[in-house]
Design a protein. Structure first.
Length: 324
């Protein structure tokens, strides 16, 4: 028989998940159809222009939406700026995010045609979709109707964002807490098919895995040699491609690499430590990503519903960096 504390925890978890679903139901595709009908073509035009010149901005702009949703929910709090450097974007784990000026540019364009209507949180969700498409990734219909949060706390970003060295247990719990499935975990990890990383994000994976100056034994030995050539023992700043050979193209090759024990982060390698995550990963690797694009769009929609503010909650910022 379950203990009272266990039942209480289960009820809290269910209530949290229900809140995510309930808020998510307030979102809808075409939310701005009447109030700002040109919004999506406008954002897409800006994104296409930027990515055609700077394709390396696609990964951090996609991750920006993920970072935003996983800390306080998809409320645009990642965009707020603090003179005292105490907001989410000031956390060390956010230093790799770039492209904030693109969000500002899209928001400014929206303000010109429909002032005071479109939230920064929705701009962020649309940009994440459009940068993915711009680097040959999938298209999905973005639900909109979010409002912007007024709170951003640096310490929350430090503790709530799942780290690249997370093990499979931590990853599964983190996703479940946010109303996402084990499948969503593997699918969204597939976003690592684009982008780069600094050596600091996986350094101890190579040189101090158990605190004894050792290497993660689960990594492919040939891959380890290549990584060590790029990241020397004291090197924290050099850059490595997350998906060597196609890091600027959104494709399924990430799954083939991880299946060969060539995942860059411990969180990538950890996907082989669970029956369910390993099965999905191997399926995509062997089927050349037959359902990956469709699955990615579905998981992004689900992620975009996490703890959103809607209706009378929050606000519509006129500038994404400042509370109205």
């Amino acid at each position: 028989m379950a203990s009272i504390s266990t039942l209480f925890f289960q009820l809290i978890t269910l209530a949290f998940a229900f809140n995510i679903v309930a808020n998510g139901q307030s979102l809808k595709v075409g939310y701005y159809q009447e109030t700002c009908p040109d919004l999506e073509p406008l954002v897409k035009e800006i994104v296409d222009q930027v990515i055609s010149i700077s394709p390396t901005l696609a990964p951090p702009l996609l991750r920006m939406h993920f970072h935003d949703c996983f800390v306080r929910g998809c409320d645009g709090s990642v965009l707020l700026e603090s003179p005292a450097k105490k907001y989410e974007k000031d956390a060390d784990s956010y230093l790799s995010l770039r492209g904030f000026e693109i969000i500002d540019q899209a928001k400014a364009a929206a303000e010109k045609v429909c002032p005071g209507v479109v939230s920064c949180a929705d701009i962020l969700a649309l940009v994440a979709r459009d940068v993915t498409v711009a680097v040959k990734g999938p298209f999905w219909e973005v639900e909109t109707g979010r409002r912007d949060g007024r709170v951003s706390i640096k310490s929350e970003a430090l503790h709530k964002l799942l780290a690249p060295f997370s093990n499979i247990s931590t990853l599964k719990k983190g996703f479940k807490k946010r109303g996402l499935s084990v499948k969503d975990l593997v699918v969204l990890s597939g976003g690592h098919t684009i982008g780069i990383s600094h050596c600091s994000s996986f350094h101890h994976h190579l040189y101090n895995f158990t605190g004894r100056f050792d290497t993660d034994p689960s990594l492919d030995s040939k891959y380890v040699k290549k990584l060590k050539m790029k990241c020397k023992p004291r090197d924290q700043n050099s850059i490595v491609e997350m998906d060597p050979g196609s890091y600027e193209t959104f494709d399924e090759s990430y799954f083939r690499l991880v299946a060969k024990r060539r995942g860059l982060f411990e969180s990538d390698v950890a996907l082989l430590d669970d029956i369910e995550t390993k099965a999905y990963l191997k399926f995509q690797a062997l089927s050349h990503g037959s359902t990956f694009f469709e699955d990615f769009g579905e998981s992004m929609v689900k992620m975009g519903r996490i703890n959103v503010l809607t209706d009378k909650e929050g606000e519509i910022r006129s500038v994404c960096t400042k509370v109205y």
